[in-house]
Design a protein around this ligand. Structure first.
Ligand code: PGA
Length: 261
């Protein structure tokens, strides 16, 4: 996989936003897979700035969701559908009818998961999937020891992930759902381009395991090693445990600009 080390989160956001903008210029109706969490916010802000400046046209862009809580009403402010509406669709001027995501309120959750995988395929597949990474190496809500071939399905959150996410629920872990729907690792690997952004020292071990460790379910993000076009963008802090950091810096410094990410 390609590893790009950037000075800080804002630089990572600019780089990935430019890659998304190039994709949309090439393919105006591209299907962008987006993630929630704090890490991707600089990407969305940098892309929205390009939209406001008229540097990219998003009116035909389509958006796909990575994961969702089970049981939160769709209009709950912390359902990921609501979060993505606020943080991605509205700032980018993309209407809700260009959005596809799993139904976290379905009576038959398993059927909703299977339906979502079919919807992604029917939409032509995800062109670029943006990913964050958990401190434990999770991608989406694929916690450690998720099958590397998994499809979209219901998962039970680890206690640590619920604690991490309590900040979005007034700090009250009791309000954090126990269950989620997440694109499986096998589903994620079907996107044409995977872009994982990691920022901050807390992600350094997970980034090292993802890039330089064995492909192993204990670090779900290590499955990116199996993908023909995976890019890991890490700031200096998140890259600080990479043995090959200098090699990655040198390789990227000599990359022809026209290649993009
Ligand atoms: P974060 O979450 O961006 O808020 O750190 C990442 C993740 O859990 O995937």
């Amino acid at each position: 996989m390609e590893v790009v080390i950037v000075p800080d989160a804002a630089a990572g956001g600019e780089l990935i936003a430019e890659s998304m903008a190039q994709l949309l210029r090439r393919k105006p109706d591209a299907l962008l897979g987006v993630a929630t969490g704090s890490t991707p916010l600089p990407v969305y802000q940098a892309l929205a700035a390009r939209v406001r400046a008229g540097a990219v046209d998003t009116h035909r862009a389509r958006i796909a969701q990575l994961d969702e809580y089970v049981g939160l009403p769709a209009d709950h402010p912390e359902s990921y559908r609501s979060v993505l509406r606020r943080e991605v669709l509205e700032p980018l001027g993309i209407p809700m009818d260009a959005f596809t995501g799993p139904d976290g309120t379905a009576d038959d959750v398993q059927a909703a998961c299977e339906e979502y995988d079919r919807a992604l395929a029917a939409a032509g597949g995800v062109d670029l999937q943006l990913l964050g990474i958990g401190t434990d190496g999770h991608i989406g809500f694929n916690e450690p020891c998720s099958s590397l071939a998994s499809r979209t399905r219901i998962k039970t959150l680890t206690e640590q992930t619920r604690i991490d996410n309590a900040r979005f629920f007034d700090g009250d872990i009791a309000q954090v759902p126990h269950h989620v729907i997440t694109q499986g690792i096998g589903t994620i690997l079907e996107a044409r381009h995977l872009v994982l952004l990691a920022t901050g020292e807390g992600k350094a071990d997970a980034v090292a395991a993802t890039v330089e460790g064995p492909v192993a379910a204990i670090c779900p993000a290590s499955a990116l090693q199996l993908h023909p076009h995976a890019t890991v963008v890490a700031d200096e802090a998140a890259a600080s445990k990479l043995k090959l950091a200098d090699y990655f810096r040198n390789t990227y410094a000599h990359k022809p600009e026209w290649q993009g990410l």
